[in-house]
Design a protein around this ligand. Structure first.
Ligand SMILES: O=C(O)C1=C[C@@H](OP(=O)(O)O)[C@@H](O)[C@H](O)C1
Ligand SMILES: C=C(OP(=O)(O)O)C(=O)O
Length: 447
C-alpha cells in the first residue's frame, strides 16, 4: 500500500499547451459495485474496463476472501463467479480496505447481511473516517459490531442469522450509506426501504435493477427518493462495461481549461446526471466545454468531453449541487484560482470526512501557492486570480489522492512549479494520471 513506502514527491510546471485525446480509467463507483454484486450472483459476471487502482483491487481481494472467484484475463477483462445472495463465506483473515471509503462501507453492508463475522482494517486515513453512519442502520438490521470508540476502523462485525429489513432515512447525503443499507437488505427477507432526502449517485439502484433485483424508486411529496428493495433475489450474471470515471476526467478537463492554448478531449466519460455537477459549474464559469458523441452504454449516459482553454469567471456554487460533484471540489478550487473574481462553494460539510479534511487541505494548498481563499465551517471561497504569482509551494497530500492530483494540475498552469509531498497516493484511484497528462504535454519532475 502507498502509505508503507517512503514518500515520493513530485512537481508539475507550466509548459506547452495540452493537446490530444485520452481515455481515463473506469469509474470507481461502478467498479466496486460490479465486483460486489458479482460476488452475490450465481454464475459468471464479466467486467470490461474495471478500474485497476488500489481501492478497487482491495475490493477484489475482499470478495475472494468471502469465497467469490475473481480473475483477470490477459486482455484485461475481469470475471467474477459468485455464490448467490446469502452465500458469502466467513473470511479467514482481516479484510484490508486500504484507503477506500466506498470499498469498506459497501462491504460492511454486504457482509452485515450475511451470518458471518469479518474484521475490517484500513490505512491511517480510512481509520480516522466515521463508520457510525453505516454501522447505525446495520445495528438496526441486527448486525453486531465491535469497534473502537467513535465507530472507527479497525472493527469487527457479525451479521445475524436473519437480517431485519428496515426503513431508513439517510441523515447525510451519502451514496455509500444508502448503498450499504441496500446491500444488507439484499439478504433480508422482505422489503428494505431507504429514503434519501437529497439524491446521490444512483449506481447501486441502476446496477441492482440490471442484475435483476426487484427494486423501485418513487419520488415523495417533498422530493425525497424512496427506494424499496425486495430481499433475497436471485441475481442474474451480467456483462458490465465500465465507462471512464468523470471524477478522474475532471483533472484533465480543468487542466485543459486553465493551460493557455489547450484543446483536450476525454473520450467515453460517464455522464450520469448525478455525477456531472462539476461540468455544469465550469460551463457557468464560461468554460468552452462540449459533449461530443453522447450515447448510452450499459444503462448509463456517456460521451466525449472536449475542452478548450477558456477565460473563467467566479460563480456561486449552490449547496444542493454538492452531491453531484462531491469529489470534484478540490479541482474546482484549482479552476477557481485562475478565474476572474471569487468563486463561492457552499454545503461542503461532507468534505471534512473524506480521505483528508478536504476543506482544510484545499485552503492550505492554495495558501501555500499564493492563492487567497477563505475557509468557512462548510464553505470555501476562492478569491480568483490576484496580482501576485501563483505556485512555488509544496502541498501536503495527507493520504488524499484528489488533493495530490488537483495541485499537480495547479502546477501545470502556475507561474512557478507546484510540488506535492507524495505522488504514490494517486494509485488509490488513478495510477496512470502522470503518464496520461504527460501524453497531452504536461511536464512533471520527481522532486
Ligand atoms: O458511493 C460511491 O461510490 C461514492 C460516494 C461518495 O461518498 P459519500 O457516500 O461518502 O458521499 C464519493 O465521495 C465516493 O468517492 C464514491
Ligand atoms: C471520497 C472518495 O473515495 P472513498 O470515499 O471511496 O474513499 C474519493 O474518491 O474522492
Amino acid at each position: 500500500m502507498a502509505h508503507a513506502l517512503p514518500p515520493s514527491p513530485l512537481a508539475a510546471r507550466a509548459g506547452r499547451p495540452l493537446v490530444g485525446r485520452i481515455r481515463v480509467p473506469g469509474d470507481k463507483s461502478i467498479s466496486h459495485r460490479s465486483l460486489m454484486f458479482g460476488a452475490v450472483t450465481v454464475g459468471e459476471t464479466r467486467i470490461d474496463g474495471l478500474l485497476e487502482a488500489e481501492d478497487v483491487l482491495g475490493t477484489a481481494t475482499a470478495m475472494r476472501a468471502l469465497g467469490a472467484t475473481v480473475t483477470r484475463d490477459g486482455d484485461g477483462r475481469w470475471r467474477v463467479t459468485g455464490l448467490g445472495v446469502g452465500g458469502l463465506l466467513e473470511p479467514e483473515g482481516v479484510l484490508d480496505f486500504g484507503n477506500a471509503g466506498t470499498g469498506s462501507r459497501l462491504a460492511m453492508g454486504l457482509i452485515g447481511g450475511h451470518a458471518v463475522a469479518a474484521t475490517f482494517v484500513g490505512d491511517a486515513s480510512l481509520s480516522r473516517r466515521p463508520m457510525g453512519r453505516v454501522l447505525d442502520p446495520l445495528r438496526q438490521m441486527g448486525v453486531a459490531v465491535i469497534a473502537r470508540a467513535g465507530d472507527r476502523l479497525p472493527l469487527t462485525l457479525k451479521g445475524p442469522q436473519t437480517a431485519l429489513p428496515i426503513t431508513y432515512r439517510v441523515p447525510m447525503p451519502s451514496a455509500q450509506v444508502k448503498s450499504a443499507v441496500l446491500l444488507a437488505g439484499l439478504n433480508a427477507p422482505g422489503v428494505t426501504t431507504v429514503i434519501e432526502p437529497v439524491a446521490t449517485r444512483d449506481h447501486t439502484e441502476r446496477m441492482l435493477l440490471g442484475f435483476g433485483a426487484d427494486l423501485t424508486v418513487e419520488i415523495g411529496a417533498a422530493g425525497e427518493r424512496i427506494i424499496r428493495l425486495t430481499g433475497r433475489p436471485e441475481l442474474k450474471p451480467q456483462t458490465i462495461v465500465v465507462p471512464g470515471d468523470p471524477s478522474s476526467a475532471a483533472f484533465a478537463v480543468v487542466a485543459g481549461l486553465i493551460v493557455p492554448g489547450s484543446d483536450v478531449t476525454i473520450e467515453n466519460v460517464l455522464l450520469n446526471p448525478l455525477r456531472t455537477g462539476l461540468f455544469t459549474t465550469l460551463i457557468e464559469m464560461g468554460a468552452d466545454l462540449t459533449i461530443e458523441n453522447p450515447r448510452r452504454s450499459g444503462g448509463e449516459e456517456v460521451g466525449d468531453v472536449r475542452v478548450r482553454a477558456s477565460r473563467l469567471t467566479g460563480v456561486v456554487v449552490p449547496p444542493e449541487r454538492a452531491p453531484s460533484m462531491i469529489d470534484e471540489y478540490p479541482i474546482l478550487a484549482v479552476a477557481a484560482a485562475f478565474a476572474q473574481g471569487p468563486t463561492v462553494m457552499e454545503g461542503l460539510e461532507e468534505l471534512r470526512v473524506k480521505e483528508s479534511d478536504r476543506l482544510a487541505a484545499v485552503a492550505r494548498g492554495l495558501a501555500a501557492n499564493g492563492v487567497e481563499a477563505r475557509e468557512g465551517e462548510s464553505s470555501l471561497t476562492v478569491l480568483g486570480r490576484g496580482t501576485g504569482p501563483i505556485g512555488g509551494g509544496t502541498v501536503v497530500t495527507d493520504l488524499d489522492h484528489r488533493i495530490a492530483m488537483a495541485f499537480l494540475v495547479l502546477g501545470l498552469a502556475a507561474d512557478r512549479p507546484v510540488t506535492i509531498d507524495d505522488s504514490a497516493v494517486m494509485a488509490t484511484s488513478f495510477p496512470s494520471f502522470r503518464s496520461l497528462m504527460e501524453g497531452l504535454g504536461g511536464e512533471f519532475a520527481d522532486a
